[in-house]
Ligand binder design. Structure first.
Ligand SMILES: CC(C)(COP(=O)(O)OP(=O)(O)OC[C@H]1O[C@@H](n2cnc3c(N)ncnc32)[C@H](O)[C@@H]1OP(=O)(O)O)[C@@H](O)C(=O)NCCC(=O)NCCS
Length: 127
């Protein structure tokens, strides 16, 4: 396995709360998959989990070495939670094609959140 990139991000949870209150579905549906919306909205402190996923998406974009550019879509970088709670990244659409063209086979992700901030770190690898 070869490491191709590393990315990290930190997100203010109150910023995400404001975005959800101000824009509701037009925000959540642009940024998150329906799986992620179901996961976060089932939790007691939904904003904390939305913020962790926002940080995860930004961390993945940084690990790609590009940031947010044409061909990469927020809701095509999806965080899937395993039974254990461990997060995994699933890419789809144009974002998946983008990653495949760069030889990316696997993405490792870790998320953490406190009261005010959520953070995530991603590592992209080739097999
Ligand atoms: C994994 C664990 C260390 C998380 O630590 P924490 O300080 O409580 O929470 P943090 O804010 O740092 O991290 C939360 C994130 O950890 C990640 N996470 C959860 N379980 C995980 C696991 N088994 N492996 C890796 N990452 C995990 C998730 O991404 C979660 O955020 P999300 O729900 O928004 O996806 C802790 O929940 C644990 O030990 N879990 C296993 C045992 C268990 O489930 N106990 C239940 C209570 S008794």
């Amino acid at each position: 396995m070869r490491i191709l990139g590393l990315g990290t991000d930190i997100v203010e949870i109150s910023r995400v709360t404001d975005m959800i209150e101000r824009h509701a579905e037009s925000f959540t549906e642009r940024i998150y998959s329906s799986y992620e919306i179901d996961y976060c909205s089932s939790k007691k402190n939904a904003s904390q989990h939305y913020a962790g996923r926002w940080a995860a998406k930004e961390a993945v974009m940084k690990a790609f070495g590009t940031g947010f550019i044409k061909g990469i879509h927020w809701n095509e970088i999806e965080v899937i939670s395993q039974q254990s709670g461990q997060p995994e990244v699933r890419l789809s659409g144009e974002t998946s094609t983008f990653a495949r063209q760069r030889g990316i086979d696997q993405i490792l992700l870790s998320i953490s959140h406190g009261k005010e901030y959520a953070t995530a770190t991603a590592i992209v690898c080739s097999e």
